[in-house]
Design a protein around this ligand. Structure first.
Ligand SMILES: Cc1cc2nc3c(=O)[nH]c(=O)nc-3n(C[C@H](O)[C@H](O)[C@H](O)COP(=O)(O)OP(=O)(O)OC[C@H]3O[C@@H](n4cnc5c(N)ncnc54)[C@H](O)[C@@H]3O)c2cc1C
Length: 387
């Protein structure tokens, strides 16, 4: 079985490594447009809940990732200058994206994956130029702007839409003491900072505002520097004199990508290429790597032809993935109305709404997993005391 993977991000690298580990005789080629040391963004969160799946799939790369991660056991949520500490049940980790990619590149190379960096697939017709025309399986792991998906939207039955909030991804040259979400009204606008440390000296800072704020401040007409300076002004207290650092930090509206079919012929989509997961649940990397685990298992273990194996992947993975993506959808819908929530609720009510926004955290789970927060919410009269 010859396998071609387009995209050497977390999904593509991890899938390629896992297949070679199980099937060392199968040729697996990964085409990655960037050189091996290039990356966008800064650090990504790798939630505690997903890490065990990585350990079960491949202990060596899991351990190598953990060694590079920075862990925290709490998050601070601030609404209009009132801060509430949320102690987490498990330790949340974050990792520099380039470290994540290096660990996965090394693991893939060790298993004999052929990783071709600096090689971009311009369109599906160009497969032959890369010697991939005879691949039995073509994996689209090429991210949110996937060429594999874009070249066959009818086959995948692709649907897309766009959220209205605007966001950009920055870095900060200091390690914040805890990850935080700061919701701030400033001159009538609704501004959000999501930030978290990912090394002893660096943090990621996602800047976001709703569309009404974007219009009110005339941000469409501002230069990139002016937008950055506005956020530095709004979050001056948190940044404490540190500038926001850009690295391809473009302002975007989040693209919602869904495919009614994940498989078309011998092509299959995983990770962001298949389903974009909103950054507010901090799980895009984890979901992409869990797709890779599920696809590698189906390709190696499911009986039958390549097409049978790809169908088995979709059948087995869809139910769990739908749950995760459902949570992501409820989360981004909540953020789309952020201006209203900020006006309407006290800080404690707001945090309660925030914690329960995806429907995955009931009052009972809030009480058992976040006892300190629950008791504070009880004292504030937001939830009932446990029976
Ligand atoms: C603002 C923001 C914050 C985020 N924060 C987090 C977070 O805290 N935690 C988290 O888990 N996730 C986060 N994410 C999401 C995370 O970045 C993605 O979900 C995750 O990287 C998806 O992995 P992937 O391998 O599917 O795609 P990608 O990481 O996008 O990788 C795709 C790869 O394919 C390559 N490629 C693309 N097109 C081609 C082509 N034509 N030919 C060859 N190569 C190609 C790209 O260069 C890239 O290396 C965030 C995303 C955003 C936008």
């Amino acid at each position: 079985m010859k396998i071609a993977v387009i995209g050497g991000g977390p999904a593509g690298l991890y899938f390629a490594m896992l297949v070679r580990k199980r099937q060392p005789d199968w040729p697996v080629v990964v085409l990655e447009q960037n050189p091996p040391d290039a990356t966008f963004g800064f650090g990504v969160v790798m939630a505690d809940s997903g890490r065990n799946n990585l350990r079960l799939a491949d202990e060596a790369s899991h351990d190598a990732l953990v060694r590079k991660m920075t862990f925290t056991d709490r998050q601070v949520i601030t609404l209009n200058e009132q801060s509430i500490v949320v102690e987490r049940p498990g330790k949340g980790g974050a990792i520099r994206r380039i470290d994540l990619l290096r660990v996965l590149q090394d693991a893939a190379l060790r298993e004999g994956v052929e990783l071709r960096s600096g090689a971009r697939l311009e369109n599906l017709g160009q497969r032959a130029d890369h010697g991939l025309a005879d691949a039995d399986i073509l994996v689209g792991a090429d991210g949110v702007n996937s060429i594999v998906r874009g070249g066959d939207e009818a086959g995948f039955d692709t649907r897309r839409s766009q959220l209205t909030n605007r966001f950009a991804w920055f870095g900060v040259g200091k390690a914040f003491a805890t990850p935080a979400l700061v919701f701030r009204k400033f001159q009538g606008g609704s501004f959000i900072a999501h930030y978290y440390p990912y090394t002893d000296e660096n943090s990621t800072f996602v800047a976001e505002c709703d569309d009404a704020t974007w219009q009110q401040f005339g941000m469409e007409r501002m230069s990139l520097d002016q937008r950055r300076e506005l956020f530095e002004q709004v979050f001056a207290a948190e940044l404490d004199g540190h500038p926001l650092l850009s690295n391809n930090s473009l302002w975007r509206q989040f693209p919602v990508i869904r495919n009614d079919r994940w498989v078309s012929g011998h092509k299959v989509l995983i990770g962001d290429a298949q389903t974009s997961a909103h950054f507010s649940i901090g799980s895009g990397t984890r979901i992409a790597m869990e797709d890779a685990i599920a696809l590698a298992a189906a390709v190696c273990d499911a009986p039958g032809t390549a097409a049978d194996k790809l169908r088995a992947f979709e059948t087995q993975r869809r139910p769990e993935k739908d749950k995760l993506i459902g949570a992501s959808e409820r989360s981004y819908r909540w953020y789309e109305d952020i201006g209203d929530w900020m006006d309407r609720y006290s800080a404690h009510e707001f945090v309660y709404r925030f914690m329960t926004r995806t429907g995955r955290v009931s009052d009972a789970r809030l009480a058992s997993s976040y006892p300190q927060l629950y008791s504070e919410l009880c004292s504030a009269g937001v939830v009932a005391a446990p029976a």
